[in-house]
Design a binder for this molecule. Sequence first.
Ligand code: SF4
Length: 221
Amino acid sequence: MSRIGTRAAAEHLGITREMTIPPCTHQPFCGIGRTRYLAVQISANEGPMSQTDLLKTDCSKCAALCCLVLNFDKGDDFAFDKNAGEPCRNLSGHSCTIHDHLKQNGFRGCVAYDCLGAGNRTIQEVFGGKSWRDEPRLMRVMAEAFAGMREVHKRIDLLRAAETLSLNPQDEQVRLGYLNRLEKHRWSGSELNDFEVNLALEIDIFFHGLKGYLPNINASV
Ligand code: SF4
C-alpha cells in the first residue's frame, strides 16, 4: 500500500475513512468516543509530529496483510467488494499488480490507507518473517495479530502527538511510560489479542484525562 505521509493521529483512530474501521458508534459517552474526540483536539494543536521508523510502513517487510485482511466495499474509493480474509484479486505474491495506477483503477482508498508500520512489525516481530502464502494456516492468527498491532500503533501515534500539550510532569511521565511500553515491547500474538481489552483501555482513559489541557473543548463530549 502506498503511504501518504504523516497524517493527524485523529485519522488513525478512524475519524476519517479507514478500510476496516467503521464510523464510531460510541459517541458521545464512552471512553472510545471521548478518545476519538480528544484525537481531533490534539490534531488541531499539534506541531510537527515526530516520526521514527517504527511508524513508517515498509511493505517490503510485510506480507501484504492489508490486501488480505481488510475488507472494503465497492464505491468511490474501491472498484469492487472485497471480504476480510480474502486476498485481493489485484494481489500477486505480496505485490499489488496495479500499484502504480491505483487511483486510475478506482482504488484511491488503497492510496490513502496507511497501517503505520503495523503490518511489517506484525510479520517481522510476531511471525519472524513468515507469510500466509507459504503457510495458509497462519492466515487467521496473522489477521488477529495485525488487528491488535494496528491498535498499538494508533496509540503510539496519539501518544506522540500528545507531546505538544505541555503536560504536567506527572502526566508527561505517564505518557512516556505508555509510549515506551508500546514501542519497546516485543509483542506476541496472544498479547496483541488482549491489547484492546486491557492496556488500550487504560491508555484511552489516560487520553480522556488529558482533555483539561485542550482549549475550547466541548463539555458535552
Ligand atoms: S488494489 Fe492493490 S493495494 Fe489495493 S488491496 Fe488490492 S492488491 Fe492491495
